[in-house]
Design a protein around this ligand. Structure first.
Ligand code: ASP
Length: 439
């Protein structure tokens, strides 16, 4: 039988109402055998995620302060769900054990992981699935790096013995068996790991949006959804800030050639977005997506005969390295070079960076310009389509937007343009209009 791994995010499991939707989705297909669950997330805007409550509560416990009140609020989030579902389940013993562990400094990661742990206990009881604790099977090495090979073996073997199971997301364990979590949003990674371990046909990641959209909906009105995107395209868009999926969630499934399908728990009839390694499906609009970010600075360097000076680029980069700065892009001309860095990272280091470049490179002109935004236009279809760059720049020209920088990735998968921060939104709308609306 085919096996699908389904992961539900915090907002999908924030309340009894949401649990009911989740159960309907899981039980609708017998292939949905392995369910990865997040901790209860926000029920409404302004609400607090249980994971954040756990961090806060443990902080108090670790300082030796009273944490009863905080702990009670956490308990209530779970008992409300149990009652709302009408389940005959008591977590009292679990609560006592966890509270005791808090008082004995069981560790911040242990504390944070209990949200997924308890929520999965409830979901397993509600679905009548087995509960499998990832602590014994999802393994990190001594350095704290996730160990896919060991995990695949242990978890694969454990799950081969069960028909249907709920597995808490977000954590595993160290070689000495202490609990370790992934970074925030890490249940996405667990889902990907489980899919890898059971050789799933698909990894369904259920959240509160119907997949990726071609552009940010706070900038463009009702942007069209992306139906299919490759891992490479996603990486480009994610780098520019298009979030939905944890970045590290890609490699376990990518390695095994398993597609990811982003779906919406609140709108299960939507097909969502498929993330695949290769696809023959061309995107309808030449471009797959547009994303961007503000808050960048450009270090502009000019020097006559730069092109023939051996080691010039290296010296510029050494100057950054000495200041512990990484760069985002580095477009260059014959006698000019622009180094784009995050403004936040540059703050406070401006003088020492400029001094260092002056000292190493003796440029004719050197200055920093702030308030730059970058926009990436990404699409696997661009390689074959003629005139993409032409359309892009005429769209920006028509909108009277000055392009400050252009960078086309060598994969021809994306074109990056730099614009003034104040032109950012207008530029994205102009590009969207050109490539999507006018098609
Ligand atoms: N509950 C964890 C967090 O809030 C992990 C997750 O939901 O993916 O970051």
């Amino acid at each position: 039988m085919e096996t699908k791994v389904v992961k539900f995010g915090g907002s999908s499991l924030a309340s009894a109402e949401q649990f009911k939707k989740v159960a309907a989705i899981v039980l609708a297909e017998p292939a949905r055998r392995f369910v990865v669950a997040s901790a209860p997330g926000k029920r409404f805007s302004g609400d607090t995620k249980v994971t954040d409550m756990l961090y806060g509560c443990y902080e108090k416990a670790a300082k030796g302060e009273e944490f009863d009140k905080e702990f009670e609020c956490i308990e209530k989030r779970f008992t409300d769900i149990i009652e709302g579902l009408g389940l005959e389940l008591s977590l009292e013993k679990e609560f006592t054990r966890i509270k005791d562990a808090f008082a004995h400094m069981a560790g911040r990661d242990y504390a944070a992981s209990r949200g997924e742990y308890l929520n999965s206990k409830i979901l397993a009881a509600y679905l009548n699935f087995e509960f499998v604790d990832p602590a014994g099977y999802i393994k990190f090495d001594e350095t704290g790096a996730f160990d896919l090979d060991t995990t695949r073996e242990k978890l694969g073997e454990r799950l081969s013995k069960t028909e249907k199971a709920v597995i808490p997301g977000f954590y595993g364990s160290m070689p000495n068996d202490t609990i370790k979590t992934f970074s925030r949003g890490g249940s996405d990674i667990t889902g990907s790991i489980v899919a890898n371990a059971v050789d799933a046909v698909i990894y369904e990641n259920w959240t509160d949006v119907s997949g990726f959209l071609v552009a940010n909906p706070t900038i463009v009105d009702n942007p069209v959804p992306i139906t299919t995107i490759t891992y490479k395209e996603l990486r480009e868009l994610a780098y520019m800030g298009a979030g939905v999926l944890h970045e590290d969630a890609i490699f376990p499934v990518r390695r095994a050639g398993i597609p990811i399908n982003i779906r919406n728990t609140n709108s299960p009839e939507d097909e969502g977005t498929f993330i695949v390694s290769e696809t023959a499906q061309t995107s309808q609009y030449t471009i797959t997506g547009i994303a961007g970010k503000k808050g960048l600075s450009v270090i502009q360097i000019e020097k006559d005969m730069m092109n023939s000076e051996i080691g010039f680029g290296k010296n510029v980069l050494r100057a950054l390295e000495k200041n512990n700065l990484s760069f985002e892009h580095m477009p260059s001309g014959i006698d000019t070079m622009s180094v784009i860095v995050s403004s936040d990272a540059l703050i406070g280091k401006e003088k020492s960076v400029l001094d260092e470049i002056n000292f190493r490179c003796h440029p004719d002109k050197l200055e920093i310009e702030n308030n730059l935004a970058l926009i990436a236009v990404v699409g696997r279809g661009m390689r074959k389509a003629r005139g993409t760059a032409g359309r892009l720049f005429s769209a920006l020209a028509h909108a009277r937007i000055n392009v400050k920088m252009i960078d086309q990735g060598s994969s021809e998968l994306n074109i990056i343009v730099g614009v003034e921060e104040e032109d950012f939104e207008a530029a994205i709308r102009a590009i969207y209009d050109m490539f999507v609306l006018s098609v």
